[in-house]
Ligand binder design. Structure first.
Ligand code: 5AD
Ligand code: SF4
Length: 434
């Protein structure tokens, strides 16, 4: 009987990219996908530890999955991602039934590690932080019918923002060779992919020998059959003029940037060790809007950083009103193990964080909705991604990364079409083919 696998992915797009490759390796090793963990012979949880809540979720999920081993002793249970990396062997002690612990930089060795585990090998904690990101090329030439794909171009982060666990978990910045990235991109194009999102914790500091990020984007822009290029995440302090000019010069580069600002108060930004001021951030947005009028700007922000006063928080709201982000991911600050902020005085009580978060989110909802409504009546080019969840409509995305649904009679999946926007809500737009 064929063996089955089940992968659960938490956290960021880099984890999604990794899970995708783990699936390929499993399928290449004879496993078929299962719809639920109860039906699988191999279960893997790809975890995130960027915020306390994500880590708790990962640990409690693992706790529940371990129970499956009681029913099926043959089951192999694995944990990957940032929690795996950070806690390593500690997880094997805490969950005696866990078979595998796999850090993000060990995924390239997964095939070999899987073999060992299948053959009743030792319970492994593979958590190297210095290995360069691995190439996934070759041997996986089968068709994956998707319009868009992620492509990790670098691993790690050198910034050490005072609240962030990423540099401790994912190690230092390591960029993949452009040759390898472009080969992977061409391969994706051959599989029918039209849109590629380049991934890294800090893509603006991508560097491999003489190639920097703008150079890589330029090379990506020349790829045949790729219609759209996106990237995430950018750091304001590393966003060069040359990079901003890419938005003018490169036609395939989508008019969207995700540029986390984290806080609107210069005092807090300094303690966060972000390396820019609110004025500098606002200048960058101005330059971006000049370089590509209509560019969508999204961001990450935190409330309740240690020592954040009401005045600091008001400055965050003020910046949000000023910039008018298209969308904003907002979080309550949480202590992360080993970070300087975790040891800072002036912790903000949870209920106060919640009040601030709520005010911030209400403000942003208004802005997002207003901006979406401004699109009603406009004709916009969208890339059709597939059928909507309910299946009655097609779902597509604008270059600015907004979801548009529209009725269809012919199938237009994976093509660029023009739609006229008829209706807008906070989450999505509805249109009509023109
Ligand atoms: N607490 C809350 N949010 C955090 N983030 C990173 N570290 C923390 C933390 N300790 C948020 C930042 C980052 C996003 C991915 O997660 O806003 O941009
Ligand atoms: Fe964390 Fe700062 Fe690096 Fe982003 S840039 S991953 S917030 S340390």
């Amino acid at each position: 009987m064929a063996k089955h696998y089940y992968i659960e992915t938490m956290g960021c797009q880099m984890n999604e990219y990794d899970s995708n490759h783990l699936s390929r390796i499993l399928e290449d090793s004879g496993y078929l996908p299962a719809n639920e963990p109860e039906k699988a012979d191999f279960v893997l949880v790809n975890t995130c530890s960027v915020r306390a809540k994500a880590e708790q979720k990962a640990l409690s999920r693992l706790g529940r999955l371990v129970a499956l081993k009681k029913k099926n002793s043959q089951l192999l249970l694995a944990v990957a991602g940032c929690v795996a990396q950070q806690r390593g062997t500690e997880l094997l002690e805490r969950f005696p039934d866990l078979d595998l612990v796999l850090g993000p930089r060990e995924i390239g060795r997964f095939k070999e590690i899987l073999r060992k585990a299948e053959n009743g090998g030792t319970r492994l904690a593979a958590v190297n932080t210095h290995r360069t990101p691995v190439s996934f090329m070759g041997g996986f030439e089968y068709f994956r019918n998707s319009v868009k794909a992620y492509l990790t171009i670098m691993e790690g982060c050198n910034n050490f923002c005072s609240y962030c666990v990423v540099p401790y978990v994912r190690g230092r910045e390591t960029s993949r060779p452009p040759r390898e990235i472009l080969e992977e991109a061409r391969n994706l194009a051959l599989q029918g992919v039209k849109e590629i999102t380049l991934l890294g914790q800090n893509v603006n500091s991508y560097v491999y020998e003489n190639t920097r990020f703008p150079g890589l984007l330029q090379a990506m822009n020349e790829l045949k059959d790729i219609h759209r290029i996106r990237f995430t995440t950018s750091h304001p302090k590393d966003l060069s003029t040359e990079m901003i000019q890419c938005f003018t010069g490169l036609d395939k580069l989508c008019p969207h940037i995700h540029l986390p600002f984290q806080a609107g108060s210069n005092r807090i930004l300094k303690v966060m060790k972000r390396g820019y001021t609110r004025e500098k951030y606002m200048d960058l947005i101005r330059e971006l809007r000049q370089a590509r009028p209509g560019i969508a700007v999204t961001s990450d922000v935190m409330v309740g950083f240690p020592g954040e006063t009401d005045d600091d928080f008001e400055l965050t709201l003020d910046l949000i009103r000023n910039i008018e982000f298209d969308n904003l991911f907002s979080f309550k600050y949480s202590d992360r193990q080993g970070t300087p902020a975790g040891r800072m005085k002036g912790k903000i009580p949870e209920d106060q964080k919640l009040v601030r978060l709520d005010r911030l989110q209400r403000l942003q909802r208004e802005i997002t909705l207003r901006k979406n409504k401004e699109l009603v009546g406009k004709i916009i080019e969208v890339l059709v991604e597939g059928k909507s969840k309910k299946g009655e409509q097609l779902t597509a995305r604008t270059g600015t990364n907004k979801v548009v649904n529209f009725a269809y009679n012919n199938i237009y999946i994976s093509s660029l079409v023009n739609v006229k926007i008829k209706r807008a809500s906070f989450n999505s737009l509805w249109g009509e083919l023109t």
